[in-house]
Design a protein around this ligand. Structure first.
Ligand code: 4NP
Length: 161
């Protein structure tokens, strides 16, 4: 099983949406017995909370059902994840600090938009303090990036689809 772990700050906007989009793409390709995914936030702000209502609304408008409760990233996730996919450079800094504290040089941490040709390696913008439009922009970025991430994994692990 290849385990993909999405990370943002609060785990109520970007990373649960990435998880929902990616899970549906994996199901579409019937790869659910090969690839699994989960998500967490670097902060403890929203532990146990459902995704932000604006995220839930946006996901439903895009035919995605979210079923997640926010959790904070913990050391154990380094061991249960093959790919840690972070939404922005501040998430990257925070996770790299935790990784270095654990002496785990080999864990793969990648930016979500390393997989987005329209804005390679840019941050997935944080929509929390903005309006509803920001959530659709985030959806479109994540949708493109998740599709390319899945293609990358299929190729990298020679998965049959
Ligand atoms: P997320 O968005 O990292 O995409 O879940 C945020 C959610 C909550 C906060 C910031 C960003 N907050 O400051 O509470």
């Amino acid at each position: 099983m290849i385990h993909v772990f999405f990370v943002c700050l609060g785990n109520i906007c970007r990373s649960p949406l990435a998880e929902g989009i990616f899970r549906d793409l994996v199901a579409e390709k019937k790869l659910y017995d090969k690839i699994s995914c989960d998500s967490a936030g670097t902060s403890n702000y929203h532990i146990g909370h459902s995704p932000d209502p604006r995220t839930v609304r946006n996901a439903l408008q895009n035919m995605i059902k979210l079923n997640h409760k926010a959790q904070q990233f913990a050391y154990k996730h380094f061991h249960s994840s093959d790919y840690i996919i972070v939404m922005d450079k501040s998430n990257l800094d925070n996770i790299e600090i935790l990784r270095d504290q654990q002496g785990l040089e080999n864990v793969k941490i990648m930016l979500m938009r390393a997989f987005d040709r329209e804005g390679e390696n840019q941050d997935v913008p944080d929509p929390y303090f903005g309006g509803e439009d920001g959530f659709q922009e985030v959806f479109e970025i994540l949708n493109r990036s998740c599709r390319n991430l899945l293609h990358y994994l299929i190729k990298e692990h020679q998965l049959e689809t």
